[in-house]
Structures are given as C-alpha cells and as structure tokens.
Design a protein around this ligand. Structure first.
Ligand SMILES: [Zn+2]
Length: 164
C-alpha cells in the first residue's frame, strides 16, 4: 500500500514504511516542525514525495470547497492536500472530518489514519449565535480557524456550525 496523499496527522503517526512513496506538500514541513519536531528525522528518512499542487488543481479544490461550504474550515495545507489528491488522482489519508467530507463530495477516495471516519456527510453554516442570522460560508481558507468576525446586525461573534 503506497502512494496516498497524507495529511499531517499521518505524518505524525505513520511508520517510515507506511509513508514510503506517499505524497505530501512542502507546507507540511513547517507544521511538523511546529507540532512534532521529533518526527523530522523519521520524515526525512522515509521516501516521501514532496509536491506542490499546480494552480489548476488548487482552483478545482477551491471550487469544490466553496460549493460545499467547507472552505471556511480549511487551512492552506488542507486545501493543498485536497488539490494534490485531485491532481495525482490518489487516495487522501486524513482524520479531519471536514476534509473527509469534502473528499467524499469531490469523488476522491479517502481513508482515515486511526479513526473510523465519518458516518455521514456534514454540511456547515456560518451563523450568529445571538440573533441566528446566517451568513454565506467564507470563500478563502481561514488563518485563525475560530475567528469568523462579527454579526452585522448585533455585533456578536459568528460561529461555524455543523448543520443539523
Ligand atoms: Zn447577530
């Protein structure tokens, strides 16, 4: 088994052998150095393929994410991984429910690192918790995952919620 696109969770928990031949993006190196610097040697030892998705794949991934409303919760790395899976036509390995949800909707095979994965698809809504006003989900990845700005009507913080 090899050749999957790996999210950073897999880079942290998979063995050298499991990671051989798998595809990752250069942006993940920064994440690893920040979150799990002790993994650097393992990652450098395994035969990973470091690759940036091309602009066309990034544009396709962005379009999927905007269409499904998932873009709001995605990081730059998440978006690159989705784009890589599209570009390389490879399975995406992630435990991030949002990425799994998006891969499912984009028709990309995905697998989980250690959990069972989602049992059903999720949808997201950006909403004011105070007055319940709904907002369109943002169209760019969010740098700070929890900061969605304020409600124009009442000034309360907006929250990204899973649609029931
Ligand atoms: Zn409000």
């Amino acid at each position: 088994m090899s050749g999957e696109v790996l999210d950073t969770g897999a880079l942290i928990s998979w063995s050298i052998n499991q990671m051989n031949g798998c595809v990752v993006t250069p942006s993940q190196r920064e994440e690893i150095l920040k979150i799990a610097p002790e993994r650097e040697v393992v990652i450098n030892t395994s035969n990973l393929i470091w690759k940036m998705p091309d602009e066309e794949s990034l544009a396709r991934a962005s379009k999927f994410a905007v269409d499904t409303g998932d873009m709001a919760g995605l990081s730059k790395v998440d978006l690159e991984l989705l784009a890589l899976s599209i570009q390389e036509n490879k399975k995406l390995i992630t435990d991030d429910y949002r990425l799994q949800n998006l891969a499912e909707k984009a028709g990309i095979n995905w697998g989980s690192i250690s959990t069972k994965g989602i049992s059903k698809l999720w949808e997201w809504e950006l909403k004011c918790l105070a007055c319940k006003k709904e907002y369109p989900t943002p169209e760019v990845p969010n740098k700070r995952k929890s900061d969605w700005g304020e409600c124009v009507d009442c000034g309360s913080s907006l929250k990204l919620k899973r649609k029931k």
